[in-house]
Design a protein around this ligand. Sequence first.
Ligand code: HEC
Ligand code: HEC
Length: 468
Amino acid sequence: MIERFSSLGSWFGRVLLFGLVSLLGQQSALAGNLYDTASGDLVIPIIRLEDNTAYMAIFQRVSEEPPVWGASEFTPVSVSSRTEGVYTEQTASLWVPEINVGDVLYSLNFNVTQGCGFDVCLQADAESVVNNGRYGAAVYTTPLSSGSTFSCSSCHAMTEEDGFASDGFRRPGHPLKNANLRTSYKNGQFTEFLDAVNTCVTEWMNSTALEETDTDWINLLNWLQDQNDSDSAELVEVDIVEPPVNVVGGDVENGRDLFNTRCIVCHGFDGEGTQLAPKITGFDLSLEYIAQRTRTSGLTDSSTYSGLTGGVMPFWGSNRLSDPELLDIVAFVSTGAESGVMMANDDPLVNTETGCTSTSSKIGQTAALSTLFHAVSGTATIIDDCTIDLTDFRFDGGGIDVRIYVGNDGRFFEREGGFAISGDLVGISYFNNTLRLTLPPDRTLDDFNSISVWCVAVGVSFGTGFFN
Ligand code: HEC
Ligand code: HEC
């Protein structure tokens, strides 16, 4: 049963796939690069799980036409076998993740786990890029080898709509789409794109400047250029400003919302901290200190920016954060996070007020999440007819489009009745947090008996629990 097809328009020449097989807990890289640049062949290993046996078939692209998943352009050309498992060619029951026209895959990890209970366990993971060549998207989303934990994507979205990236967040830097076409950078200080990028590389990422001939730079530039949709680009202004003299009077609740769509990228939900930046709420920091740090953070001896007052966090210019927004955020950070319930990614599905009835016999049932991938754990408890609290929730924030799903008997594909009860959780680390999850209005507690931290893009559960 091949469930998903999508045609890949300009796929040819754009896609690199790397494979990593994790078999029964052991990680071993598939030999070589799966995109043969000489022939243009695309070789995709597909792994399937059945009766605790792993199957893998290698598919090769044989035609110059854009391939269609699962269709005849993919002809199995070889079957690899490994000592840990039995591999045969199993074309009949392959499921492949949905990939859209123009998407660039830079890393695809294939995890085979004994008894994970799904037809296929495939996991695409942006964080573990195989080292035999880094692709542009990976350069954008992962830290540079010698530098800090920041990547370009920590501070720049590719595109924004009304000031927000597709994940709902605003970052301190301007978006990078078409940026290589700007005629000058950083208020006219640079005319070369690479020079502008390199001040970020050296001053924000604490790495060594990229050279024209570096593979990382070539890959990044190619990937950026590939996404341009214009022949020219507007200049952007860098406007480092001092905080207002008077920073009192901000609205804490609004500040929390603002914090959880801006500062969250590095400091995590409610400022609890991530691997990118420390916890900053709950320390009684003064309003003035928070405001100053936010406005003028960065190297005091920066070669590019003047007026910075120290720190490795990027400054927030006034065109990325307004003074009223700053005041509210400052009020929130100084007050500290309220312990307890928080919202999952501000998703409209998720409310903190339940306003629900309590009639179901399932109220009080709990489900403990297993730990399959990405350090997931936690306990889900049915609070009332439409509310589930996920307590002691842990998740490292990795994966692609990861949401809380519910479904029946550990099956969460939408075709099998699974549905989302949170927004995308990727990019945020959770350490013993509580998520309050609300069922969509057209669903009831009778529609499911299990819950998952579900990687929607790939169709794999990072952790599953069954309500008792
Ligand atoms: C820690 C945060 C941070 C990181 C990481 C970072 N930048 Fe920046 N970048 C900034 C800030 C802040 C500015 C100045 C505000 C602005 O213009 O966007 C900036 C400015 C730029 C500019 C100039 C914009 C203009 O037209 O004046 C470019 C280009 C750029 N960054 C590219 C990159 C690339 C590519 C990477 C990754 C290799 C990267 N940056 C990594 C924070 C960062
Ligand atoms: C790109 C990542 C990043 C983003 C986005 C970010 N920060 Fe930071 N922030 C850091 C890092 C890293 C530190 C710790 C190092 C330092 O002090 O510069 C820090 C430190 C701070 C501090 C100092 C904490 C202390 O205990 O001294 C404050 C205050 C702060 N950030 C506020 C904010 C606010 C407010 C926002 C959102 C408007 C924000 N940060 C967004 C990375 C970030």
